[in-house]
Design a protein around this ligand. Structure first.
Ligand code: LLP
Length: 426
């Protein structure tokens, strides 16, 4: 469920017409719905309530402080993946005791920072990393709480670039050798292996990988306990999918149904690291058509959002629904956005960046568009702004939060001056 609806044929976020936002804040513009954000967090909290989980919002998905703070105020902790994300989580008011620190390449400085801020858990992915954490812990007179991130070697389930639990990816400790590794650290006084971590991939549209992960994890936890590790935390990562097309995603309750019994049986505290499920459908990208043109047998809609604003279509061939903000009579947004409806035109929706790979959509049937029309790219709240860049000298978009009839800027549009600010004056 989200709070983006067409009223009188004009797209609204809650009670606010999107054209009013585009007018006030300019385009390209990210628009977030506060109600949708909190609704999604609550859905996860409610579904997993029987095991009272620590839900750590995955900062990488959308780190805007206003969004992170909303999550923290809603009772979430944070999943961070770098010193920069740890900084953000702390700025958003998250206590270290609710922060889990993931990432395959934690530097010494980041590890020290994590100790200084008393993070709850290090998700460890290699022997070298564990050695580094142990050495720093010794030097700082500390003991690290560690979860071993295991790659459970499951069948492929999502795009190759975002599948993290198939053999041969850089993530996690190999499930075949993790016990030999764990044996070596049983007596290390500076690292306490208290947990198991798995992140299966993203976005996942079936419960099956979680079912398989639970089965493999359960066996592993028993063996780790037999080695003498006091395992009492099970971090199942993130990965819950969302609706990018129509109704392909599962409710949080469906995932809970397969995860909760396993957690109860294990006697562990459950940690979850959801990102996309919370913020994906809570955000859209609003852009304005600059030109249209026909070339090489194709119709191009050139609008002012580009791959630097939303790289997902370029990078993963991801599908995002796109529809005019003002939906003309006779042109209702179709159930299936790839089907031709009467009067629609097959278009490539592209941006101004100098790359053929700069597109938001290909071969999409849209009503005829003219210069100045506004477009909405839906389900853009996750990994949209978070992966935005300044490529082609493009200042990053503004972000606005809507709540009921209210709206306020949560990140201003970058200026040309911002583009050169970190460069040394010459
Ligand atoms: N935990 C870990 C260890 C992760 O690596 C990730 C995402 C998450 C949690 C959050 O996953 P989520 O709940 O959002 O699915 N840029 C790609 C997705 C990359 C995912 C990276 N890891 C995309 O736009 O699809």
């Amino acid at each position: 469920m989200d709070h983006f609806t067409y009223k009188n044929r004009t797209l609204h976020c809650d009670d606010v017409p999107v054209p009013a936002l585009a007018e006030k804040y300019g385009t390209p513009l990210y628009v977030y719905s506060r109600k949708t954000l909190t609704h999604h967090l609550k859905q996860i909290q409610a579904a997993f309530k029987p095991v009272d989980p620590l839900v750590c919002y995955s900062i990488k998905t959308n780190g805007n402080l206003h969004i992170a703070r909303l999550m923290v105020e809603g009772g979430a902790g944070c999943d961070v993946t770098s010193g920069g994300e740890l900084f953000r989580a702390l700025k958003a008011g998250c206590p270290g005791s609710k922060i889990v620190f993931a990432g395959a390449g934690k530097t010494d400085a980041e590890i020290r920072m994590a100790f200084e801020n008393d993070v709850f858990l290090f998700n460890v992915e290699s022997e070298g990393e564990l050695d580094a954490i142990a050495a720093i812990a010794r030097a700082m007179g500390r003991t690290a709480n560690v979860a071993l991130r295991v790659n459970p070697d499951l069948p492929p389930k999502t795009h190759a670039k975002t599948d993290t639990s198939v053999k041969g990816v850089k993530f996690g400790l190999d499930i075949d050798t993790v016990l030999e590794f764990a044996q070596k650290v049983v007596k290390n006084p500076h690292v306490k292996v208290i947990g198991l971590h798995m992140h299966l991939g993203s976005p996942i549209l079936s419960v099956e990988p979680y079912r398989q992960g639970i089965v493999k994890g359960m066996v592993l936890i028993e063996k780790l306990r037999a080695q003498g590790h006091g395992i009492n935390v099970w971090n199942m990562g993130g990965g819950f999918g969302i609706h990018y097309k129509k109704n392909e995603a599962l409710p949080a309750a469906a995932f809970a149904e397969v995860i909760v019994p396993g957690i109860q049986e294990s006697g562990c505290k459950l940690v979850l690291e959801p990102g996309r499920f919370i913020v994906g459908n809570a955000g859209l990208l609003v852009s304005r058509v600059i030109y249209t043109k026909d070339s090489g047998g194709k119709h191009f809609v050139i609008q002012d959002a580009a791959m630097n604003d939303l790289i997902r279509p370029t990078l993963y061939d991801s599908f995002h629904r796109i529809w005019p903000v003002a939906s003309l009579p006779g042109f209702d947004a179709p159930e299936d956005f790839q089907v031709e409806n009467a009067g629609t035109v097959k278009c490539d929706v592209v941006g101004p960046v100098c790359e053929s790979g700069d597109f938001l959509a290909k071969d999409r049937y849209l009503p005829p568009l003219v210069r100045g029309d506004l477009l909405a790219t839906f389900s853009a709240g996750a990994y949209g702004m978070a992966m935005a860049s300044n490529y082609n000298g493009r200042p990053r978009a503004a972000e606005v939060m809507v709540d009921g009839g209210q709206h306020h800027l949560i990140r201003r549009r970058e200026t040309f001056e911002d583009l050169i600010r970190p460069e040394i004056e010459c």
